[in-house]
Design a protein around this ligand. Structure first.
Ligand code: GLN
Length: 303
């Protein structure tokens, strides 16, 4: 298939749209991003890369990082991980709190904020320098040392992340947080502040399309772990819009409020899109449209 023409075509069609959603402003640093940015990167099953638009520009990956920290925690703890966090979709917004109270501090899944905070706690307990370990992990998979944290975004989140503090204290009150709230959230805010481009994201998320192996063929996860993480992306990757994403696009994927989305078809391809305008559920508006076009035009989806 001529993936470059396909990508260029989709880009032109989608980029014409006037209604591009609203850039997240509850984290003040994110509000500064220009709303017209739009890029896509695609890696096919042979590892070949195709790009268009602003695919090389780094942005804040936000909740997309939850898949990466989950992978790191899963590779350390194995199935014991599921004693601390569930695997069911929440059907609620990413920062919702009431289920956490009802279900006694065990978050529904690792891809909502509460679940990612528990995963952050696991990494803080396990590693002497968890931020360095995470950076190292991502840089190695991407084979790219230019990936870093955006300190101004991390600070901005620390100053305004009141709901994350509320979630972390609630989890702590139920005994599901080993470390102190500030240490865990410092790590969590940094993982969300990872800066990556579509190109870098597509290369990193290739491991989930390639049975756990990166582009250089080094293994990071085993086949069973990849199966479970992809299942979580499909059912929980888009919060209360996970059903809509499966319905429209039909791929496992993950979004972030920085406007990025990654999605993949096992053994076939991985794609990353970036357009900072979000829909009312906090997912990139143009990214969703572009991915729907991709799977509809090609007939390639897990269904
Ligand atoms: N850092 C954001 C938060 O904690 C992540 C949310 C997201 O990308 N959906 O609110």
């Amino acid at each position: 298939m001529d993936y470059q023409s396909l990508l260029d075509n989709i880009f032109d069609e989608v980029n014409k749209k006037k209604e591009r959603g609203k850039v997240a402003d509850y984290i003040p640093e994110l509000a500064k991003i220009a709303p017209h940015k739009f890029g896509m990167a695609f890696v096919d099953e042979t590892g070949r890369l195709y790009t268009c638009g602003d695919a090389k520009e780094q942005f804040s990956i936000q909740s997309i990082s939850k898949v990466l920290t989950l992978s790191l925690a899963f590779s350390i703890l194995g199935d014991d991980l599921w004693q601390r966090v569930g695997v069911e979709p929440s059907g609620d917004p990413f920062n919702h709190l009431s289920l956490l109270e009802q279900e006694q501090g065990k978050p529904r899944n690792p891809l909502i904020n509460a679940g990612a905070i528990v995963i952050a706690d696991i990494l803080v307990s396990h590693f002497e320098n968890p931020k360095e370990t995470l950076l190292d992990f991502v840089r190695k998979i991407a084979n790219d040392s230019s990936i870093s944290f955006d300190e101004s975004v991390a600070i901005s989140e620390k100053e305004t992340g009141f709901r994350n503090y509320a979630a972390a204290y609630l989890i702590k009150s139920f005994g599901n947080l080993e470390n102190d709230v500030d240490t865990v959230l410092d790590f969590y805010f940094h993982q969300c502040a990872l800066r990556m481009s579509c190109e870098q994201l597509a290369k990193v998320f290739f491991i989930y399309a390639n049975r756990g192996k990166c582009l250089q063929n080094n293994p990071y996860l085993n086949v069973q772990q990849v199966k479970r993480i992809n299942a979580l992306m499909l059912t929980c990757g888009f919060y209360d819009e996970a059903g809509e994403f499966a319905f429209e696009v039909g791929l496992p994927g993950k979004s972030g409020v920085g406007g990025g989305i990654v999605a993949l078809l096992p053994e076939q391809f991985c794609i990353a899109t970036w357009s900072p305008g979000l829909n009312e559920k906090g997912n990139s508006r143009l990214g969703m449209v572009a991915l729907e076009k991709l799977t509809t035009k090609t007939g390639l989806s897990i269904f």
